[in-house]
Design a protein around this ligand. Sequence first.
Ligand code: SF4
Ligand code: SF4
Length: 510
Amino acid sequence: MIPSAVPPKYKVEIDRDRCMLCGRCVEECSWGVYRKEKDRIVIYSNRCGACQRCIVMCPRDAITVRKNTTCWRDHPLWTAEVREDIINQSKTGCVLLSGMGNAKEYPTYFDRIVLDACQVTNPSIDPLREPMELRTYIGKKPKKLEFEFVEEEIDGKKIKKAKLKTKIAPNLKLETPIMIAHMSYGALSLNAHLAMAKAVKECGTYMGSGEGGLHKALYPYADHIITQVASGRFGVNVDYLNRGAAIEIKIGQGSKPGIGGHLPGEKVTAEVSMTRMIPEGTDAISPAPHHDIYSIEDLAQLVRSLKEATRWKKPVFVKIAAVHNVAAIANGIATSDADAVVIDGFKGGTGAAPKVFRDHVGIPIEMAIAAVDERLREEGVRNEVSIIASGGIRNSADVFKAIALGADAVYIGTAAMVALGCRVCGRCYTGQCAWGIATQRPELVNRLDIEEGARRVANLIKAWTLEIKELLGAAGINSIESLRGNRDRLRGIGLNEVELKALGIKHVGF
Ligand code: SF4
Ligand code: SF4
């Protein structure tokens, strides 16, 4: 027999002088790290994923979780991760699954871009005294507005009134350019969805339903939910399409471009099965392609069918993963009658993705936004679609930079989950989330307080919105519209010529 156990990633320790043997860690840990045995707590460090639930819940602050760095001999090529992956795959013969976004140390361009601020000759604007326009409209914008004059009789007098002749396509009105990304019910708990839905409604913005249909409990928030149509078509019917504020066709996802999705049968509870319209306990497999889309013309047909089904009242977005030829694909989407193109960068989160895809396929969102915005402008179709960027947006500065690079708005996913308690342990695919977010187990789901969760997510969106106003003011700009694609307010730091050219920005000092 070849022993195949690998050293634990984390080392869990209990300060025995502080521990009062209350057993809280045993109850709280959904991974079975702790077991109570008479007068001691036994620890299984190899089960720990550093989700921190026990540390936070221990009433005596007695638990420490450390990175276990001492066991593997250092080697620059054969890292501990590489060796561990080989051992695991040689044991199981399976594809390695992982959660959250790309974990490789590729450059994060947001951190290599700095912002401008006004000094002396171009005064900044004080957002506490001056109005700042963060309202953002997502959808087609007319190239020009045409008016006609109509005669009206008021108090016996004939008056000529100007009336808008141009037909305006339906747009989503956002009070802040931050939305919450599509994460399906099934992958996430209903409590997590409800908390996020309440938060977006309060903030005047929107969230995505994900591809898992719309649970009845979310109907009161449906006017702030973008319903998704993915390759599995789970939960899709005409009522679903008409209930939401907009529709999004999901072609690809940043964390796993080119492949579909898989919700394991154990997560398909009775409620999930009803919402997805699939049998309880069966795996929910979304195919890699949409079997009715093999060209832009096919895509246009689906876009128009969805518009037809909703009497042309709902904007239709198309979501793609950021891949090498993203600009050309986005250009095609802009000609398909879609109202927005959603680009998801390779640092975008996921509940479950094959590790090889998460870490090696796709391109950074910063490069994708710049390329798409540039191409759509060159082709004269920038007004035909809004650009929504997602995949690794971590703070208000990232939102600001994404918009200055060319996006109209952003989706956040992981950040909203962190606001709900997530500690980015990356094990969402197991369905055992100790924070009640990525699980369907009732005893875990109940841990997530909906009202408190809603408050946290709303606070996050409000805090970022305030910071964006401050950044706009400092840059002497008073609206998101004026920031969009305003790359002159960005400078690269430590980037080479090729990277600067791709981003369309100058280096600091110029
Ligand atoms: S929760 Fe803390 S105090 Fe309670 S048994 Fe665990 S380590 Fe001890
Ligand atoms: S949602 Fe839960 S399982 Fe997923 S990364 Fe966050 S804490 Fe871990």
